[in-house]
Design a protein around this ligand. Sequence first.
Ligand code: ATP
Ligand code: MG
Length: 224
Amino acid sequence: MLSTGVKSLDELLGGGIAPEVLTQVYGSFATGKTTLAVQIGLLSDGKVAYVDTEGGFSPERLAQMAESRGLDPEEALQRFILFTPADFKEQRRTIGSLKKIVDKSFSLIVVDSITAHYRVEEQRKNLTAELGKQLQVLLWLARKHGIPVIVINQVHFDSRAERMKPVAEHTLGYRCKDILRLDKLNTPGLRVALLERHRFRPEGGMVYFRITEKGIEDALGGAD
Ligand SMILES: Nc1ncnc2c1ncn2[C@@H]1O[C@H](COP(=O)(O)OP(=O)(O)OP(=O)(O)O)[C@@H](O)[C@H]1O
Ligand SMILES: [Mg+2]
């Protein structure tokens, strides 16, 4: 298991981010998805394969988070192996290439986000099947190397359900056994994480957290 660096969030997740499965983290913009994924990688002791499709990964932010935690920013930056596919087809190739790149020096794979390119090309034929295939490859990697894979997802407004829903909900839902939803609250910097699905924890549990210079921290400011 990899720690999120927030004790209450680790507990919500049954100990942390689990190896050998896909964990989906979804939510609206600026809810802390990227910060959470980067923090988990930062606190792990191996390399992180970070597939950034949105340009949301910031080396400055990673260095800032490392420094404010008393970690070496240079060392942290070197552990993050960044991939920036320009479209969905390139994303497929990037994920496929991870089969050759990822080895036992890696502790985590992040795809941030899996659906940014997908949404742009949504009307194309067989796109859902293609998304399914990418998820299969990620699951294979998670199992083969015994590491967690974090799949970040965006939301869209479902007018029939009259609420925000994850993009490609069913395609991702079948393959992501643990699902965490992040939401903003009225107080600036304050967020809530809701456990929407888990293999062995009850659904519906929630934890409040803050986004700070350090990354994400317990909302109560307690020990993390
Ligand atoms: N040094 C900092 N101190 C406090 N908050 C910060 C700091 N740096 C960034 N933030 C906040 O973090 C939030 C963005 O977090 P993050 O990028 O993780 O969100 P996200 O869910 O990935 O968003 P998106 O969907 O746009 O990618 C913003 O509200 C921003 O103000
Ligand atoms: Mg982001």
